[in-house]
Design a protein around this ligand. Structure first.
Ligand code: GLA
Length: 407
């Protein structure tokens, strides 16, 4: 299997990588005609941790790593799905798509295909079969949204293949419905929005209550975004994530009785929590504490960024990490080590875990020019504590899902 050469990973989603992926497609499927190659990025969230499913604001940005989707139509109503990362190819008939998940990687694109076919039908269009090869340079399970990247990438590719011309936000919703429905993951809305609506040189401000959004420029000439991967992957992470969702729900169900205008946990005011928090079980009380303060921190971080105050933004990131460790209890010693080493360095504005937690990555905002020193410091501190090195990388922004012309 060819796949993408890891050497190329730092070159970003450029035409060379897309051409490599196109070649991998031809090695896999042979036949006549070039595939079309699409790319969808991953994302890193800088503020608004565990707020999306509580109706709060989030501030993610896309990274120049993601999923390549090479696709070529066929005329026999058959669909073949392959991945450079998975051994098993899945062959299906368009007229007899599975109606239930099989617990394998192909559930994600199949779920999206079902959504796109329904949208096509609503337009009076009927798509034919295709061969598709997925690949990419985004670490899986690291909290950089590999699942939203594959789902949104599939939605964009199929929209183009079938000539549907659906608006971006419709494709984002198709990806979201696929993950929540067919795949069966109770994910929040942040990830597909962050991937689908990405714009280079900006953080996305997404208010998950009314789904309004805005772009807040980030000056990559002044600041860099580092992502340090603990390489810790917790098998129980999904279960612990679902438990947090349930605890937030429990906190809201009780607190809303004392604040009739609240429609989600994000709406609960400090005073309501202060007056009635003792009625909650200790764990839901701590979760509510995090959520309510994180909402305020995220607004404050947005204000800081709007006035060009990277240090002010970074300070909120670091406070967020403290709360994720103490109140939301989703950190692990490996993440705390990375955050502590980062924030003790001059030139670092702030650091925190990103994604759901329980392992995965920390994100660091730093002054441009301090990258080498940061990488060295993170590796040294982590090796001392855990006897192995984290993977430290610096990502550029990304303009979002697109077709890439192969040279
Ligand atoms: C995971 C979920 C997101 C979000 C984050 C926490 O990454 O997929 O929807 O809830 O955790 O902010």
């Amino acid at each position: 299997m060819t796949g993408l050469d890891p050497k190329n990973a730092m070159r970003g989603a450029d035409a060379d990588l897309a051409a490599d992926h196109g070649r991998a497609f031809r090695d896999r499927f042979g036949g006549q005609g070039e595939p079309r190659v699409f790319f969808a990025p991953g994302r890193v969230n800088l503020m608004g941790a565990h707020l999306d499913y509580n109706g709060g604001p989030v501030m993610p940005t896309a990274i120049d790593r993601g999923t390549f989707v090479a696709v070529r139509e066929r005329r026999d109503g058959r669909v073949s799905l392959a991945s450079t990362r998975e051994g098993v190819q899945v062959d299906l008939e368009l007229d007899r798509l599975p109606t239930a998940r099989a617990g394998r990687w192909a559930d994600y694109p199949i779920g999206v295909l079902r959504e796109i076919l329904a949208l096509a039908e609503a337009q009076g269009t009927r798509g034919d079969g295709f061969d598709v090869l997925f690949g990419g340079n985004l670490p899986v399970g690291a909290g950089l949204s590999s699942s939203a990247s594959i789902c949104v990438g599939t939605a964009f590719a199929l929209d183009a293949l079938y000539g549907l011309g659906l608006p971006r936000v419709e494709l984002v919703h198709a990806a979201l419905r696929a993950e929540r429905g067919f795949v069966g993951v109770q994910c929040g809305i942040m990830d597909p929005y962050a991937v689908g609506l990405a714009r280079a040189g900006a953080l996305l401000w997404l208010d998950c209550k009314d789904r309004s959004s805005e772009y807040i420029p980030i000056d990559h000439a002044q600041v860099s975004i580092a992502v340090a991967d603990t390489l810790v992957r917790r098998e129980l992470a999904q279960g612990m994530f679902n438990e947090r969702v349930a605890q937030c729900r429990a906190a809201f169900d009780l607190l809303r009785r004392h604040q009739s205008d609240a429609t989600c946990l994000r709406d609960i005011r400090f005073e309501t929590l202060a007056a009635h928090g003792h009625e909650l079980e200790p764990a839901p009380a701590r979760r509510a504490h995090h959520v309510i303060e994180e909402v305020a921190r995220t607004f404050s971080a947005r204000d800081a960024l709007r006035r060009g105050d990277a240090a002010g933004f970074g300070a909120e990131m670091t406070r967020a990490h403290d709360s994720l460790r103490e109140q939301f209890e989703v950190s692990v010693p490996e993440l705390d080590c990375l955050v502590e080493s980062a924030v003790s360095m001059p030139g670092v504005h702030g650091a925190r875990l990103t994604g759901a937690g329980f392992g995965g990555c920390a994100v660091v905002l730093l002054e441009r020019g301090a990258e080498a020193e940061l990488a060295e410091r993170l590796v040294r501190g982590y090796e001392r504590a855990f006897g192995r090195a984290p993977v430290v990388e610096f990502f550029g922004g990304d303009p979002g899902p697109r077709e890439i012309e192969c040279t």
